[in-house]
Design a protein around this ligand. Structure first.
Ligand SMILES: NC(=O)c1ccc[n+]([C@@H]2O[C@H](COP(=O)([O-])OP(=O)(O)OC[C@H]3O[C@@H](n4cnc5c(N)ncnc54)[C@H](OP(=O)(O)O)[C@@H]3O)[C@@H](O)[C@H]2O)c1
Length: 406
């Protein structure tokens, strides 16, 4: 028997695409804190076009980007898509997930109906001029974050992806584990291993902001696997212990310092002296953990405005600060003297290539990289999960919600 709508968790016959589906939806009129912005609704299942795949979603990962979509800030994702000519006035987020291929569009050969897959979170136009001229697709002007900039992410019974977003799901991983880590692990992997010559080498000290967070928990392990010496920054001792258990050499509690935020003006001698004292004291904690006077060769950044001045000051001569986000704000000050005279690099990094996605799936499947699934919620708790993240009250590691999974 086929129907037009199935209850959450009820499976249509394999390959039958119902007309409607349940989804955790954000609408512009609800923009605000995540718990109020998300609402369970019934919407049309999107049409599958050439090169696309419809996936019956079993579980979805929770990421910070849909905290931003809830707020409608810094990007009103619905308005941005409408400016590009798309008609939907709602947003279905979810930038990673796991599920079963339910329908494939014309010209799709890499997956078939019934395949179990995990989904990566970036799309691009494979015919774009820059890609045809050799650009790495993840750097293309056409790249967009699926389930953030683009619609029909994994917070719905069916998700719409491009075929290259589907990766074989390791049979030994649960739906929830396969849904939770790809965004953070692949992003951290590109940050730490994708920007030669600033890749983690044996013995390299690596300072990791938000060590107990999604990115941080993956970064600590990746740095350790590569032979580096990860040092975590956290906001309490419990999170610090979590980082140590993952392989951090030690941790620094950022709440013991008060020099965070924008850099004082260079002409304000007194304020600058106070700021420098804070940054140096922080650096001494790094030395203490390492047992020698060495600076981090790489600083993994995402906290942004509050922390960039210190990260750039602290990183080693000819080292790098590699950044993929700006949780605390985007106006990050750089004292250029440290940048040029000490020949440092400030490197932007955004998500990962398909190859880099595969390079983190393999060690998770092999048991070397723990996906750090720390919280699993129901589909209806999608807004709650983002609210915890917004308030920085979420447990360490990565989170997921069950969508159709029992
Ligand atoms: N570009 C990309 O492809 C990409 C991919 C993934 C994530 N991101 C971005 O990276 C950021 C972190 O993502 P996530 O998944 O790791 O989030 P998360 O799980 O919330 O972890 C971030 C951690 O950062 C720390 N933090 C929060 N505010 C801070 C501040 N003002 N100063 C210093 N540390 C602070 C918190 O740890 P403590 O309180 O313990 O310090 C928090 O646990 C988000 O902005 C996200 O949008 C970007």
């Amino acid at each position: 028997m086929t129907a037009d709508l199935y209850a959450i968790g009820d499976k249509p016959p394999l390959g039958h695409v119902p007309a409607r589906m349940h989804a955790a939806v954000i609408r512009p009129e609800r923009y605000g804190e995540p718990e109020g912005a998300f609402s369970m609704e019934v919407v049309d299942v999107p049409r599958v076009r050439r090169g696309q795949v419809l996936v019956y979603v079993m579980a979805a990962g929770i990421n910070y980007n849909n905290v931003w979509s809830s707020l409608g800030y810094p990007l009103d994702v619905v308005a941005a898509r409408r400016r590009r000519g798309q008609s939907e006035n709602f947003h279905i987020g979810g930038t990673e997930g796991s599920g079963i291929v339910w329908a494939v569009g014309e010209a799709v050969t890499s997956v078939s109906v019934g395949d179990e897959v995990m989904l990566s979170g970036a799309t691009w136009d494979e015919c774009a001029a820059d890609i045809r001229l050799g650009a790495e697709p993840i750097t293309s002007a056409t790249r967009s974050a699926w389930g953030y900039e683009s619609n029909y992410g994994s917070f719905a019974q069916f998700a719409l992806v491009s075929d290259y977003q589907c990766h074989p799901k390791p049979a030994n991983l649960s739906w929830e584990k396969s849904a939770c880590f790809l965004s953070t692990a692949a992003t951290a992997y590109r940050q730490l291993c994708g920007w030669a010559p600033h890749t983690v080498e044996p013995g390299d000290p690596v300072l990791i902001r938000g060590g107990a967070g999604g990115l941080g928990s993956m970064a600590i392990q990746i740095a350790r696997i590569r032979g580096g010496i990860p040092i975590a920054v956290v906001s309490d001792e419990e999170r610090g212990s979590y980082c140590r258990a993952l392989g951090a050499q030690g941790f620094i509690n950022r709440t013991e310092f008060d020099h965070w935020g924008r850099l004082p003006d260079i002409s304000d001698g007194e304020a600058m002296t106070a700021w420098l004292a804070g940054a140096r004291r922080f650096g001494e904690r790094v030395w203490h953990i390492l047992g020698e006077r060495r600076a981090p060769r790489i600083v993994l950044e995402h906290s942004g405005q509050d922390t960039i001045p210190t990260s750039l000051y602290l990183c080693d001569n000819a080292g790098t600060v590699v950044i993929c986000g700006g949780t605390s704000g985007y106006n990050a000050d750089v004292d250029l003297r440290y940048l040029w005279m000490r020949q440092k690099r400030l490197q932007g990094s955004h998500y990962a290539s398909i190859r880099q996605c595969r390079q983190v799936i393999a060690p998770v499947a092999g048991g070397q990289l723990d996906p750090c699934l720390s919280w699993v919620g129901t589909f209806e708790e999608t807004g709650r999960a983002h609210q915890l993240m917004y308030e920085n009250q979420h447990p360490p590691g990565n989170m997921a919600v069950r969508v159709n999974a029992p």
